[in-house]
Design a protein around this ligand. Structure first.
Ligand code: ADP
Ligand code: MG
Length: 368
């Protein structure tokens, strides 16, 4: 309702937080679905101001359908997007700064995290009528390149990969990196890619809830340094639609280890491990533990700007998942790595488009 409309706007951070690399964390509540309404669900999520979300837990009383509110908790994030937030608002607040950074030769990563059905794919890919972050980012990137005087020198490489069962699959251009000339066909390409994500109809739901979709855009261009030498600058944007988080609830290392070997999404666990290691300021970040973290090794921590969008349903039927998602997101806020702490060994320089394609082939070979 427009009456209670809260517009999320990122607060400007103190300078130290800007240069020290902090993960920016947003939460997006999707509209309640028809199915949830029909099941008689209540709304248990309230955005109280542009940064705070309040989660109420309900319990069933004997008087069936009469739900009793028991307690609640506030969570604070960089911004909270209500169900009325537009795709453009979500893009502008969460990702447009990273696109700017990529054009300055920096790396940026945006993750959507949350349970299956919480709105990750809607946020990342969106629909033809309401394109999501992936499409808006590429459109914005091309718009920005066009307004630069030296636009002839830019090369934009695109890859859209799926990590499923520790197998890396190229969703749009198997075996090579795609050089993108303009932004017009992006939605079609990505939709086609997403259809490739779910080729087995009987397991469609299973597949999409267990696979990660990773869009990486590498922008290479030439600039002149102070001595007028031409140098190559490379920036990489990674946009990640993560697998459903319902099976990876662990937030500490011990629990993570005990879950290994169980039927748990290895890449999602490995991502949690890397995030934990970064939060704890560890020297060694275990990027090699999964395909997803290998793909993101130069896109997490170090000088990379990282954004997390936690997607949640407003329904009390999902309050357990919502609580887990908010807890995880709350922890992600704590990651801080100083830009000048970046270690070349731990955080190698960005691959060019060709190196990127090589890495993908290498990761694919490991499964043969
Ligand atoms: P996930 O990828 O997390 O499993 P989806 O993005 O597929 O979830 O969302 C589940 C359903 O909810 C889809 O039908 C989607 O179109 C709808 N949906 C999600 N977020 C929104 C939103 N912000 N506005 C309108 N519909 C949404
Ligand atoms: Mg999805």
């Amino acid at each position: 309702s427009s009456k209670n409309r809260v517009v999320a706007r990122k607060l400007s951070l103190p300078e130290t937080e800007k240069t020290g690399n902090r993960v920016t964390v947003f939460v997006r509540v999707r509209p309640i679905s028809k199915k949830e309404k029909e099941a008689g669900s209540r709304c248990c999520v309230r955005i109280v101001n542009p940064r705070d979300v309040y989660l109420t837990e309900f319990v069933n009383t004997n008087d069936y359908l009469r739900l009793k509110r028991i307690r609640g908790r506030h969570f604070t994030f960089d911004a909270c997007f209500p169900d009325s937030a537009t795709q453009q608002e979500v893009y502008s607040t969460s990702t447009s700064e990273l696109v700017e950074g990529v054009l300055q030769g920096r790396n940026g990563t945006v993750f959507c995290y949350g349970a299956t059905g919480a709105g990750k794919t809607y946020t990342m890919l969106g629909t033809v009528e309401s394109p999501g972050v992936m499409v808006l980012a590429i459109k914005d990137l091309f718009r920005k390149i066009k307004t630069r005087s030296c636009d002839g020198n830019h090369a934009v490489h695109l890859s859209y990969l799926e990590v499923y069962n520790e197998t890396v699959r190229d969703l749009i251009s198997p075996g090579r990196s795609l050089v993108l000339r303009e932004d017009k066909q992006v939605m079609t390409l990505l939709q086609q890619g997403n259809r490739n994500r779910t080729t087995e109809p009987t397991r469609a739901n299973e597949t999409s809830s267990r696979s990660h979709a990773v869009l990486q855009v590498v922008v290479e261009y030439q600039v002149r340094d102070a001595a007028m030498n031409i140098i190559n600058s490379v920036g990489k944007l990674s946009l990640v639609d993560l697998a459903g988080s319902e099976r990876a609830l662990a937030t500490d290392q011990r629990t993570l280890r005990s879950l290994e070997g169980a039927n748990i999404n290895r890449s999602l666990l490995a991502l949690s491990c890397c995030i934990n290691a970064l939060v704890d300021g560890k020297k060694h970040i275990p990027y090699r533990n999964s395909k997803l973290t290998q793909l993101l090794k130069d896109s997490l921590g170090g000088t990379c700007s990282t954004v997390m969008i936690a997607n949640i349903s407003p329904s009390n039927l999902s309050s357990g998942e919502t609580q887990n998602t908010l807890h995880w997101a709350d922890r992600a806020k704590e990651i801080r790595t100083k830009a000048n702490d970046a270690n070349e060994d731990l955080f190698p320089v960005t691959e060019t488009g060709t190196d990127q394609a090589k890495l993908v082939l290498e990761l694919q070979k490991e499964n043969r």
